[in-house]
Write a protein that binds this ligand. Sequence first.
Ligand code: PXP
Length: 238
Amino acid sequence: METKLSVNINKIATIRNARGGNTPNVVQASIDCERFGAQGITVHPRPDERHITTQDTYDLSKVVTTEYNIEGYPDERYMNLIAELKPAQATLVPDPPHVLTSNAGWDTETHLENLRNIITEIKKHGVRTSIFVDTNLKNIEYAAKTGVDRIELYTGPYAEQYPINREKAIAPYVAAANLAHELGLGINAGHDLSLENLAYFKEKIPYLAEVSIGHALISDALYLGLENTIQLYLKRLI
Ligand code: PXP
């Protein structure tokens, strides 16, 4: 199965915001990522706008020609953004406004009703839905009950364990992916995926539809260049 590479460009906005001008240009970077082979662009517009701003999400929606994926906590602001921009995919993350990065998936049993309502609402706009979850099988089971199209597996723990014992690191992801597939869910993955750990993840996880990668990819681009880096990530997904 083809696995799409969606480049998360939050970090480009972080560098831009450090100086308050428009360098590097987030819109141009997105156009270039696609030109260099990325099959999707991901952003996570946080309420404090510390990287991607609301304006960025509008500007990007006019230029992204591959799959535009907007991540976020489904508050009123996020829901309005999705209704207006109708991106290819809305990825729901459970993090409160001020955390540094998404570092946990949804407790889908506790939030079942709420998630079901939100997902129904988003689907009315013709937007594909995904929810960020860990590998706890109960969370996968309840994810399916929300009516969501896909899950995004939180790969932070995989990336942490990979250098120590990759077989042990991947095992819960194989189980989670198999169950998700059985339940009719598509499978995305993201967080701390890198040139080092991506190929093994792709090799072992059946039915991987998309990975979204930001931190490591943009960091690699400092040394290797953006075009070359994207090509290297794409090669890990063959
Ligand atoms: N997926 C989700 C839900 C995220 O919040 C992030 C980070 O913004 C990523 C994927 C990408 O993670 P990383 O920047 O570590 O590649």
